[in-house]
Design a protein around this ligand. Structure first.
Ligand SMILES: C[S@@+](CC[C@H](N)C(=O)[O-])C[C@H]1O[C@@H](n2cnc3c(N)ncnc32)[C@H](O)[C@@H]1O
Length: 270
């Protein structure tokens, strides 16, 4: 048996119960070193641990596939969730096994970002550049998503398309510099956040970064209007709905500080 498991964004507190059970009962746990290191405390003593890097992944996955075909219970761990920017690795696992494999969802860094920045996926597009191959169609999609007044959550490409290059690209394509932009590093670990505008986004960030570019025109609340009679001194529902769409990380951070583990340890100055 073999399955691919989303191990969450980097803190075991965000590993699902199902994921924990799979790791605790596995004969083989395999994956990229950083992800395996995250789940290592849950692995049984007799479990075989198989780590790999970008260069040797094809060769090592063949060994994992062999163990699977011999009857071992193998769990291949993925960063975050498999279904967010994980399909190229999934394809490699399936190619090594020679058949489709089960996937078990995890919590993506994109979902954590949505929660920190209080954006709703209904009104937000997710685009990853962290992939091999031609990124031009994804670059086009990014421009169109912003032109369509959607927020966009972007996973940059560490080797050539990081936040400042993304900003330069978008400005060159006529996207306005005023889009509020946030870059978050190491979410759920020792977090850092940069908050500014697309036009100001010229800092360098680590590979463990994820970016939010907000629409210039957040959707107004579509809740039904409320009766104003008898609500003197109370904020209307419509303004609350609007606020939750337009408000940024700063307000959310204020709530999160109550929970030390999730609070950013540092934040970059704008
Ligand atoms: C190949 S993608 C995999 C994304 C993953 N499947 C997910 O659902 O989060 C790896 C990239 O995701 C982003 N990423 C993953 N975890 C992150 C975290 N905890 N904080 C910030 N960015 C993260 C970084 O840009 C990293 O280089």
């Amino acid at each position: 048996m073999i399955c691919c498991l989303g191990a969450g964004p980097g803190d075991l507190g965000y590993l699902t119960q199902r994921g924990r059970e799979l790791i605790e009962t596995a004969d083989v746990v395999a994956g990229f070193r950083a992800v395996v290191d995250l789940v290592r405390p849950l692995v049984r003593g007799e479990c075989k641990i198989v780590t790999m890097g970008y260069k040797d992944q094809v060769e090592i996955l063949q060994k994992v596939a062999l163990l699977h075909h011999e009857g071992a219970k193998c769990v291949v761990v993925f960063m975050g969730d498999i279904h967010f920017s994980g399909f190229q690795f999934l394809e490699r696992v399936e190619r090594a096994c020679g058949h489709p494999v089960e996937t078990v969802a995890g919590i993506s860094a994109a979902q954590i970002l949505a929660s920190r920045c209080r954006v709703c996926f209904d009104e937000t597009s997710f685009i990853t550049f962290h992939r091999r191959g031609d990124i031009a169609p994804f670059q086009e999609h990014l421009v169109h998503a912003l032109q369509d007044d959607r927020n966009v959550i972007v996973i940059p490409r560490p080797w050539d398309f990081m936040p400042k290059t993304i900003a330069v690209f978008l400005l060159s394509r006529g996207v306005g510099p005023g889009h509020r932009t946030e870059v978050w590093e190491r979410l759920t670990q020792n977090e850092a956040a940069w908050l500014g505008t697309l036009g100001d986004c010229c800092a360098d960030f680590s590979d463990m970064s994820i970016m939010l570019i907000r629409t210039l025109h957040p959707m107004p609340s579509q809740l039904e209007p409320i009766e104003t009679q008898g609500t003197v001194g109370m904020r209307s529902d419509a303004s609350v709905g609007m606020r939750s769409r337009a408000s940024g990380a700063a307000e959310n951070i204020a709530c999160l500080r109550e929970d030390d583990r999730a609070a950013p340890k540092s934040s970059r100055a704008n």
